[in-house]
Design a protein around this ligand. Sequence first.
Ligand code: ZN
Length: 300
Amino acid sequence: MKNPSVAFYKKLILISIALLILLPVSASIYLLIENRSLKARQVFANNQPDDVVTVSATQLEPNNVVKDKPVLSYQMLYPDFRSDFFGFKNDLVSNKTVFITFDDGPSSGTSKVLDILRKESVPATFFVNGKSNPFLTAQLSKIVSEGHTLGMHSYTHRYNVIYASMENFLDDFNRNFLYIKNATGAAPQILRFPGGSINIFNIGTYQSLIAEMLRRGFIYYDWNVSAGDAIPGATTQSIIDNVLHGVHLCWGPAFVLFHDNGSANLNEALPVILETLKREGYEFKRIDNSVKPPMFIYPD
Ligand SMILES: [Zn+2]
């Protein structure tokens, strides 16, 4: 029979070894997490605007503002650049819902895309830029009359200008807002940030940009599936593969990013994608501001 005290000491030694390994490992994990959160707070603190003015919000009364809280000077710019938001209604969306979106239009290819969507009875969402060509601007009314949604995607699409300051950003998006409103008679309520809500150009200011657009009642939509249709070397097959693979991987509604840029590959890929997904039981919806936006996986 074994000596119980030997067994006891064996156990004690094993537990001590286990603790010696576990303690430093968990401490390192804790410190790593803490460090990342500190860094995130640091980025945020460094980018807080310092142009606070002591104007009562009640004088301005923009959307969603806490009464009597001091407002920032840029919050007073373009007081009509705002929208009504009444909350999200996600009961209409399932895990098999797909939102097809097109950025960067209107273009000479918009008509063709609209023909495909009409033939397939698929509603979509177009995040558009400002175009001086009247023929292109006329596409906006066509997009709306065919049952699709229009959203803002900046007037100029010039990242280095738009993201240089909050004032530049608001100036550009207000122009985009009026462009869509004047062309269609309806003010846009949603947007997509050029390059996504966090990108290399706004990495230091994205919190303020997002907060300001939400304060004005605009909901922004990133994407969780990218067609890769605008990258050099894209083919009809690569677009089909990217979208089908991406949609299959989504654990919630899919928000698919395409570009309205007149690409022949897109025109060939789009019917194949829509018909395949329909066969697989997916349903297509257009975005409006009652749709809860997707979680964007931000690069580390
Ligand atoms: Zn774009």
